[in-house]
Ligand binder design. Structure first.
Ligand code: GDP
Ligand code: K
Ligand code: MG
Length: 282
């Protein structure tokens, strides 16, 4: 039988649980994840001959290591390797929600975006060319109104297409973070590549970006499994030093700013409040 494991990933309150309940047909209350013990709800359903296994992961703004929720989501993606991540994005809060999306893009995994709260965009008469954004990032974007069960069938159909590698718009995109950061990524990647056992499982680009952010989880991971860890550390330290000198900022901030720079640029091209309508209202 055909099983598709789908993990729901997104900011808190973007509608993950609502989507999970609609998609799985269960209306079970899902507790909050604010405690130390992080838990994830799981449900099965069938659609067009496929069995979907849904995981409702805790809400996170970022995939870093600053909370149990972030670590849980991160480890779930890298260890359990779901077939597809559904990145639930709150359409009324695009800039902040898309930050997490940039991290999923770095991870080089299969992602479909559920552009949830689409009713909020419609209400405000906002023009958002989400299809164009989807082509830009190589990720299919499906509008949903989870609270009304709208868009769920379209999302399920898209998940099958992506699972079967049938969607021509899916491609692996590297967000271009600019010459200096890209050069630093390349240098670190060159060292990571010497460990095929690692890069089989995790994107070397993602690991390099994480090292540039001075992410301890990644460094510990590589220390445990890379033979050339001393060289990786040296190259990383040198790259960080060079970037921080150039930008006068902490390297994590430099990466964060670059990600927001990408998001701002992408939204400038695709997102616009209806100007005509705005004038009318004045
Ligand atoms: P989670 O934290 O991501 O699991 O978000 P929830 O599923 O708990 O949803 C947060 C709130 O948003 C709830 O009050 C939902 O009813 C509401 N909600 C979910 N989806 C939509 C939507 O598409 N449109 C609107 N307007 N509200 C929604
Ligand atoms: K919630
Ligand atoms: Mg929830």
């Amino acid at each position: 039988s055909l099983n598709i494991n789908v993990a729901l990933v997104g900011n808190p309150n973007c509608g993950k649980t609502t989507l999970f309940n609609h998609a799985s047909g269960s209306h079970e209350h899902v507790g909050n994840y604010s405690g130390v013990t992080v838990d994830a709800k799981e449900a099965f359903m069938k659609h067009r001959g496929y069995t979907f296994q849904w995981i409702d992961l805790p809400g996170t703004y970022s995939i870093t290591e600053y909370s149990p929720e972030e670590l849980y989501v991160r480890n779930y993606i890298t260890d359990k390797m779901p077939d597809i991540v559904v990145n639930v994005v709150d359409a009324s809060n695009l800039e902040r929600n898309l930050f997490l999306t940039t991290q999923l893009i770095d991870m080089n995994i299969k992602v479909v975006i559920a552009l949830n709260m689409f009713d909020e965009l419609e209400k405000k008469n906002i023009q958002f060319d989400y299809e164009s954004l989807g082509r830009m990032v190589g990720i299919p974007i499906i509008p949903t109104i989870a609270s009304k069960g709208k868009g769920i069938d379209e999302l399920l159909d898209k998940l099958i297409d992506v699972y079967e590698d049938r969607d021509p718009n899916v491609r692996h995109v590297h967000i271009n973070y600019g010459t200096d950061i890209e050069a630093a990524i390349k240098l670190i990647q060159n060292e990571i590549w010497k460990n095929p056992s690692i890069t089989d499982k995790l994107s070397s680009r993602y690991l390099a970006i994480k090292l540039l952010e001075q992410d301890k989880t990644t460094m510990n991971q590589l220390t445990a499994s890379c033979q050339n860890v001393q060289q990786i550390k040296l190259v990383t330290a040198t790259a960080i030093q060079r970037l921080e000198k150039e930008y006068g900022e902490n390297s994590e901030t430099i990466i964060t700013d670059a990600k927001y720079g990408f998001i701002d640029g992408a939204l400038k091209e695709t997102y616009q409040e209806n100007i005509k309508d705005k004038r009318k209202n004045k």
